[in-house]
Write a protein that binds this ligand. Structure first.
Ligand code: SAJ
Length: 389
């Protein structure tokens, strides 16, 4: 594939689509980055990029300056179309992939035979084949593949380049075309399979992590009953060569682990499957933390400094954040001080600690690690995220 002659249109300039668009543009393709949010497009065009992805801002600027990346709200005719819009859950925990279908509808009129369509959005098994039937009925000889994104927020560019990628076409030619495309800008291995397997692999990966975090969370609640320190338990147990317990936290957040397991158990599994039980444990952990904090209050007016609001350490995203949920619930009847160096409008650490009676660790940001012990003297400290470990 000659990179110079190829055009790529990427729909969805979020935490996956934007870095992907910048990377593909820096590899020599002419990229149109499409997003329906015009305010966001304006911010991007002005280079107003805030966040935790190091080097993304300069890559974006470079791509725009060199005119390899064009920002637009309209899909354009291109050799390669990539769909990277979010997939969501309904209130009944059913997959909501309407945004993917909206993009499909807008791509249809510009498709030409032999174009390559790639779906990066996480989807229930069989979605790519369904979309392929619709698209191929409209335009023959298309190549269509599912190439699930696997990047870790906070390290997106690095993972985008270096992670192995699972690539599954709806037929062999599609797989090969998609492989050829990704090989031009990623360094990781390309693992070829079918589109259904690629969809399933992605869902299994995130379910695996959710189930394992649920185990850690359950252990932490059990150890509390025995008055044993969970972190010490995990440290000791993990010295076994085949044991690797993850870290307990106040729950599981982000738009991936709390959503994707439902895509897997949606159609086939019963509600008491291990995966749905894990979801329940991770959700219940939020209630458990709220109860623990409330039980520690000596006076109704005690000031509670809650350290961390984001969905995980060292990122600013508040997406489905258990810490934020806990803080909001406590605020209903408790004197809460919000502290998070990644979130504007919250209180500086030292000021919050000086006027609080209770300190609650919710997110293990690096900036909390250096809090001097003397700041915590004579305070009740409840650590649900290994902040002070
Ligand atoms: N968490 C714990 N304990 C742990 C690890 C994580 O409580 O030991 C919590 C975090 O605090 C956070 C949540 O789990 O609330 C998710 O964090 P994460 O770092 O595990 O994952 P995400 O959601 O940021 O990104 C995941 C990744 N998937 C896997 O690691 C299998 C990433 O590679 C995917 O690309 C991403 O989901 C996605 O977009 O699907």
């Amino acid at each position: 594939m000659s990179s110079k002659s190829r055009t790529v249109c990427i729909s969805g300039l979020g935490q996956v689509g934007l870095p992907l668009a910048c990377l593909v543009a820096s590899s020599g393709f002419d990229v149109t980055g499409v997003d329906t949010n015009k305010d966001w497009l304006k911010l991007l065009s002005e280079g107003m990029l805030e966040g935790n992805e190091k080097e993304l801002g300069s890559l974006l600027k470079q791509a725009l300056d060199r005119r390899k990346l064009k920002l637009s709200s309209v899909i354009e005719q291109s050799d390669v179309h990539i769909i990277a819009v979010p997939t969501l859950l309904t209130h009944q925990n059913q997959p909501d992939i309407s945004r993917v279908y909206q993009v499909v509808e807008t791509i249809l009129p510009v498709l030409r035979p032999h174009d390559l369509v790639i779906i990066e959005s996480t989807c229930p098994i069989g979605t790519t084949e369904k979309i392929s039937r619709t698209m191929r009925a409209h335009t023959p000889l298309l190549h269509i593949a599912h190439c699930p994104e696997r990047v870790l927020p906070g390290s997106v560019l690095n993972e985008l380049i270096n992670n192995d990628r699972v690539i599954g076409g709806v037929n062999e030619t599609s797989t090969l075309k998609a492989e050829e495309f990704y090989a031009t800008f990623i360094k990781g291995n390309i693992l070829k399979t079918t589109s259904r397997m690629a969809e399933a692999v992605k869902l299994a990966e995130n379910s695996f992590r959710d189930v394992n975090i649920a185990f850690a969370n359950e252990i932490s609640m059990l150890m509390d009953q025995f008055d044993l320190n969970t972190n010490e338990l995990i440290r000791l147990a993990n010295r076994h060569p085949r044991v690797d317990i993850l870290k307990p936290g106040p729950g599981v957040g982000g738009h991936c682990l709390s959503v994707d397991p439902w895509f897997l158990i949606d159609s086939k599994s019963s509600s008491n499957s291990l995966i749905s039980r894990a979801r329940e444990v991770n959700t219940l952990k939020i209630d458990w933390v709220v109860d623990k904090v409330k039980a520690s209050l000596k006076n109704k007016d005690d000031a509670v400094a809650c350290l961390g609001l984001s969905y995980k350490a060292n990122v600013s995203s508040l997406d489905a954040s258990p810490a934020l949920e806990i803080v909001k619930r406590l605020e209903m009847d408790t004197n809460v001080i919000r502290v998070d160096p990644f979130v504007k409008g919250t209180e500086p650490i030292s000021k919050a600690l000086s006027r609080s009676q209770i300190v609650v660790g919710l997110v293990a940001h690096d900036e909390f690690k250096n809090i001097p012990c003397k700041y915590l003297e004579n305070k009740i400290v409840l650590d649900f995220a290994g902040v002070f470990e």
